[in-house]
Design a binder for this molecule. Structure first.
Ligand SMILES: Cc1cc2nc3c(=O)[nH]c(=O)nc-3n(C[C@H](O)[C@H](O)[C@H](O)COP(=O)(O)O)c2cc1C
Length: 205
C-alpha cells in the first residue's frame, strides 16, 4: 500500500515537472540566425561561446562580442534540434536523463583555444540544467587557467537551476565566475542591450 502511494507520488511529481518545463519553454521563439559566425582566429583574448536554440542567447552573445571585442563562437550540434518545441523538449530531456553528449559540428583548434583568457559562455536553461551540447563543448577543450563567465536566458529558472554549478563541474581547471552570471528572462532579452553590454564591460575595464 505504502509502495503504491510512493509510486503514485513519484508519477505525479514527474508529470508536474514535464508540464512545468513545457510551459517554461513555450513562447520562447524569438528567431535564430542560422548563418554561421565568422571563423574564430584567436587574435583576441576573449571568446564569446554560446549555444542557442531560439535566438535569445545568440542575441546576448552578439551584444557581448560587440562590447568586448570577443570572438563569437556558436556551439552547433551535428544533429539539429529542429524547430518543433515538443520534439526539442523530448530530445533534450532524453539526453539529460541519459548523459548523452551530442556530437558538435563546430570546433575550435586547440592552438586557437589556447589564446583565450576569458570565455563568456551563453546558453538557455533546459530542463533546469545546462543543455547537453554545452556539456560536450566544455569537455572537449583544455580550459586550464581560463576564466569562464556564464550568461543565460530562461523562462522562470532565474537562478539558473543546476546550470551554473554544472558549468563549474565540467570546466576542468577553469575559474567560473558563478556569482556574477547574467540571467535574463527570455521575454526581456530584446530590451536588454544596455544591461548586457554594461554587464559584459564590467569584467574587462
Ligand atoms: C527544451 C527546453 C527546455 C526548457 N527548460 C526550461 C527550464 O527548465 N527553465 C526555464 O526557466 N526555462 C526553460 N526553457 C525556456 C528557455 O530557457 C528560454 O526560452 C530561453 O530564453 C531560450 O534561449 P534561446 O533562445 O537562446 O534558445 C526551456 C526551453 C526549451 C526549448
Amino acid at each position: 500500500m505504502k509502495k503504491k502511494r510512493i509510486l503514485i507520488a513519484v508519477m505525479v511529481i514527474a508529470v508536474i515537472a514535464m508540464i512545468g518545463v513545457r510551459m517554461l519553454g513555450g513562447g520562447s521563439h524569438t528567431g535564430i540566425d542560422n548563418n554561421p559566425e565568422a571563423e574564430v582566429i584567436g587574435d583576441r583574448k576573449i571568446l564569446v561561446a554560446y549555444f542557442s536554440w531560439s535566438g535569445n542567447g545568440q542575441q546576448m552573445a552578439r551584444w557581448i562580442s560587440e562590447e568586448t571585442g570577443g570572438e563569437l563562437f556558436r556551439i552547433v550540434p551535428e544533429e539539429s534540434y529542429g524547430e518543433d518545441y515538443e520534439a526539442c523538449a523530448d530530445r533534450a530531456k532524453n539526453e539529460l536523463d541519459n548523459g548523452i553528449r551530442p556530437e558538435l559540428s563546430s570546433h575550435i583548434d586547440a592552438d586557437i583555444m589556447a589564446q583565450y583568457d576569458v570565455i563568456y559562455l551563453g546558453f538557455p536553461i533546459w530542463w533546469y540544467d545546462l543543455p547537453m551540447p554545452v556539456w560536450t563543448f566544455l569537455e572537449e577543450y583544455d580550459l586550464e587557467g581560463k576564466t569562464i563567465i556564464p550568461f543565460f536566458s530562461h523562462n522562470g529558472s532565474s537562478n539558473g537551476a543546476n546550470s551554473v554549478n554544472r558549468v563549474a563541474e565540467l570546466a576542468n581547471g577553469a575559474t567560473v565566475l558563478s556569482d556574477e552570471v547574467l540571467s535574463l528572462r527570455y521575454s526581456n532579452v530584446s530590451d536588454s542591450e544596455t544591461e548586457v553590454k554594461e554587464w559584459a564591460a564590467s569584467f574587462i575595464n
